[in-house]
Write a protein that binds this ligand. Structure first.
Ligand code: K7E
Ligand code: CUA
Ligand code: CA
Length: 609
């Protein structure tokens, strides 16, 4: 990867800017422009939230896009939308779902439902290389290259429906990604035999090779598996289960007072794979993870738990039940004893504070506090983990672990603080991803924006800073320090390494198959005219030979429903049948040059005799 990165001299511009800024603040202090009290105040819960023209944000926010099927990149704290990364959706802006390369990844599907995006890790923090995101609709897992901010791989998760909680390994680095199936389904789902009987269905914890993007194994469990998490030691993965009942109706799924947090033991899984204790179904190694197999333990959690999040110190997993006003704190260092049978799974619970109604997801500030979203109360509740543990051991009448509550607008799903899914949680900003914005924005019809609210959590009390409308429907996000992500400038190597890269303009014919090799170099395409016959199967391969980092060309064929963008040194292709005789202008859709409008060529489709 390194050879694609910006040269050091360019990269250090940020460093120079920083030095310059520090120096100017020092000067300003001396001449009295910036008063000392204002700097002290800044420490007290008044974070810089404005980003002035010409300034850059401090964080990247990667937001899932729900049933839009995409992933979005925002800058924080400004909350400005910087980019939409097409993943499972067709996007005519970039040409995702239109080019041959992206179509091959999408496998003929154009519907997606992204809920959880998480970055790749090294030693418990982001390494800035990849992002994974689930597709709950068509049961896929996608990987996005963070250096390009483009999708680079999509795989199908077999044997499952409701592909939901997704989490990469955090330590020592991301070699595995785990994916849960929220719905229980028949493993052989062929509409035969007993498939009507829900008691035969299973939930699946899928383990994916993060590098090869291949399924390593699937662990089948009797219950459903909802949200996912991994520890900070590379030993365990976690999954909440709200349907421990194995029900198929809502009342059946609400029958028990406690469901489960399922903890998977990675060493045990590796050993079972080594010993061959699995059956192979459709080429996939499937392990049995039911209670008693030693692959998983089942910790009872109050009614219908949803979120599970791991504290940045690596000590606790926190899960909460949607229909219980509590959060359950699980001590990760007790899990080994539970797997060894020395203690009961329930003995891993070290606190269960009452925090409010409809607790869903929890995030952290790195100072020992947890922030849990309360869907029904429409609040973020801040509570102290250690205090909750102390009070669980020695309850004190009237005392509580709750530190603060903040009303949000309105029903909150996920909440995420800056760097909170890493050991470098910095406790500055928190985003509350609210579901129902009602009156917060101008009315735009029934499909209103969601409201992603930005909160300053740097002080004792939370401070609401900003409402940010968003299109359907971010479920979750991560907030990543900007120095950890370095999108690179593409260089000539990208072109040299691409097997299809066009160096010479040419038209090749093989029967009725025509391949057009075309260069784009502002403001001209390498050919002014391409002639084919009606009925030909035509493939255009386009390589952008421009060297300026943001000089992308579009490639649109009038009337042929084709448009995509090709970045500097990139090569993209498209195949179609020339079924409309006539002359059609091919033109550049992406503004690239003073003569951008003139950047076009003619496609001549000669009618059949
Ligand atoms: Cu709570 Cu899919 Cu993470 Cu939506 S999930 S909120
Ligand atoms: Cu090339 Cu516009
Ligand atoms: Ca239940």
């Amino acid at each position: 990867m390194s050879k694609y990165w910006l040269p050091k001299t360019l990269r250090s511009r940020r460093g120079i800017l920083f030095t310059f800024l520090t120096a100017s603040i020092a000067t300003a202090l001396v001449v009295g422009i910036v008063s000392v009290p204002s700097l002290v105040e800044a420490k007290k819960n008044k974070l810089r939230t404005e980003v002035h023209p010409g300034e850059l944000d401090d964080y990247y926010g990667f937001f899932s896009g729900g049933h839009s099927g995409e992933v979005r990149v925002l800058g924080l704290p400004s909350m400005r939308l910087l980019k939409r990364i097409a993943v499972f959706n067709v996007d005519t802006g970039s040409g995702w779902g239109i080019t041959n390369e992206s179509k091959a990844m999408m496998g003929g599907m154009i519907v997606g439902d992204t809920h959880h995006c998480h970055g790749s890790y090294k030693d418990g923090t982001y390494d800035g290389k990849y992002l994974w995101v689930n597709d709950k609709a068509n049961n896929r897992l996608a990987r996005i290259r963070l250096d390009l901010m483009e999708t680079d791989s999509i795989i199908k998760i077999p044997h499952v429906q409701g592909t939901h909680g997704t989490f990469p390994q955090r330590y020592p680095q991301t070699d595995w990604v785990v994916v849960n199936s929220e719905f229980r389904t028949p493993v052989d789902n062929e509409g035969k035999g007993n498939f009507e009987d829900p008691s035969t269905y299973g939930g699946v914890h899928t383990i994916v090779d993060a590098h090869k993007m291949e399924v390593i194994a699937q662990v089948i469990v009797p219950c459903n598996l909802d949200l996912a998490g991994t520890d900070y030691q590379g030993k365990y993965s976690f999954a909440t289960s709200y349907n421990s009942e194995g029900g198929a109706t809502i009342s059946q799924m609400l029958a028990r007072d406690r469901d489960w947090l399922v903890v998977f033991n990675w060493d045990a899984i590796k050993q079972a794979l080594k010993k061959g204790s699995y059956k192979v179904v459709d080429g996939v190694k499937m392990l049995d993870g039911k209670p008693g197999t030693g692959l998983a333990i089942y910790i009872p959690i109050p009614k219908n738990p949803h979120g599970v999040n791991i504290s940045p110190d690596g000590k606790y997993a926190i899960a909460s039940g949607k229909v219980s006003p509590t959060a359950s704190v699980i001590a990760i260092d007790k899990l080994a004893d539970a797997f060894a049978g020395k203690i009961k799974p329930k003995d891993c619970i070290v606190a269960e504070p009452q925090i409010g109604l409809g607790p869903l997801h929890t995030t952290f500030d790195g100072r020992g506090n947890a922030y849990t979203s309360l869907f029904i109360d429409s609040q973020i509740v801040k509570w102290n983990i250690q205090k909750a543990i102390d009070l669980y051991q020695h309850p004190k009448e009237g005392d509580t672990a709750v530190v603060d509550r903040l009303d949000i607008h309105y029903q909150v799903g996920h909440t995420m603080a800056s760097m909170a899914e890493t050991k470098e949680a910095d406790g500055k900003f928190l985003v509350s991803l609210n579901k129902i914005s009602k009156d917060r924005f101008l009315n735009v019809g029934p499909l209103k924006p969601e409201n992603d609210q930005l909160v300053d959590i740097s002080g004792k009390k939370m401070r609401l800073i900003e409402d940010e409308p968003s299109y359907v429907e971010p479920h979750d996000c991560i907030i990543v320090r900007r120095d950890l992500v370095e999108p690179h400038v593409l260089d000539r190597a990208v072109m040299d390494e691409h097997p299809l890269a066009v160096h010479k303009n040419a038209i090749e014919r093989d029967g009725n198959k025509v391949t057009v090799h075309l260069t784009a170099n502002a403001p001209v395409y390498g050919m002014q005219k391409v002639e084919v016959n009606e009925g030909d199967e035509v493939t255009f391969i386009v390589t952008n030979h421009d060297e300026i980092p943001d000089l992308s060309h579009g490639f649109c064929i009038s009337e042929y429903n084709i448009n995509f963008v090709v970045g500097p040194f990139q090569t993209k292709s498209v195949t179609f049948t020339a079924d409309k005789p006539g002359m059609y202008w091919i033109y550049c859709t992406n503004f690239c040059h003073a003569l951008h409008l003139e950047m076009r060529l003619r496609l001549l489709v000669k009618a059949k005799a």
